[in-house]
Design a protein around this ligand. Structure first.
Ligand SMILES: [Zn+2]
Ligand SMILES: [Zn+2]
Length: 201
């Protein structure tokens, strides 16, 4: 079984469901992340409810290609594992490339296939429009474009758990930038309340 994430139209900017874009929902006292390379405010990418938790992903788009935003530990992206119980819309910084051009709802759908490539084939049946709607997978095993880059948890040093992979977006005009046709990968360590993000192309 593979759980696909399917583009499901526009969402409200503060929607509590699975979405890309819009405004991040954050705990009190949250500081919007800034890029270690260029210092700019990062772009909010993904709101991913995960049981009682929410994973929130940001990456730097202020100087595309210059900030090593593909790297899980380079400081050009940032992922969080929040307790989902008490989150509110963040105050968006006035400067920087902070928001995607569209807010997209994603729904999940279970497909009887053993991995992501097989599920993508089965679900879309080779139809381009359907293939475009598939925005990644929830759980399962990562379909790496390059080699396995499972990050180690900065807290405990153990390999982090894979939770999702994400395409750049449904609409080229408003999609995220993972190097052009890349895939983003999201990991967590529940014990350490940590999350990590990286992308490959
Ligand atoms: Zn940067
Ligand atoms: Zn850990």
């Amino acid at each position: 079984m593979t759980t696909l994430m399917i583009h499901d139209g526009a969402a409200a900017p503060h929607a509590t469901g699975l979405r890309t874009g819009g405004v991040p929902l954050v705990p009190g006292g949250f500081d919007w992340p800034h890029c270690r390379a260029c210092g700019g405010a990062m772009q909010f990418l993904l709101h991913l409810p995960l049981g009682p938790d929410v994973v929130s992903v940001f990456l730097c788009q202020n100087a595309p290609g210059m900030c090593d935003d593909w790297d899980a530990t380079g400081g050009g992206n940032r992922a969080y594992l929040f307790d989902g119980a008490a989150l509110a819309p963040a105050a968006v910084p006035e400067r920087g490339e902070t928001l995607l051009g569209a807010v997209s709802a994603l729904r999940t759908e279970d497909v009887a296939a053993e991995d992501f490539p097989a599920a993508l084939d089965l679900w879309s049946d080779g139809v381009d429009e359907a293939t475009l709607r598939v925005q990644g997978q929830l759980g399962g095993a990562p379909a790496w474009l390059q080699g396995d880059e499972t990050p180690s948890c900065p807290g405990c040093g153990e390999p982090m758990a894979f939770v999702a992979q994400l395409e750049e977006g449904f609409d080229f005009a408003t999609s995220a930038n993972f190097g052009g046709g890349g895939i983003g990968y999201v990991f967590t360590c529940r014990a350490c309340r940590a999350a990590a993000f990286l992308w490959q192309s």
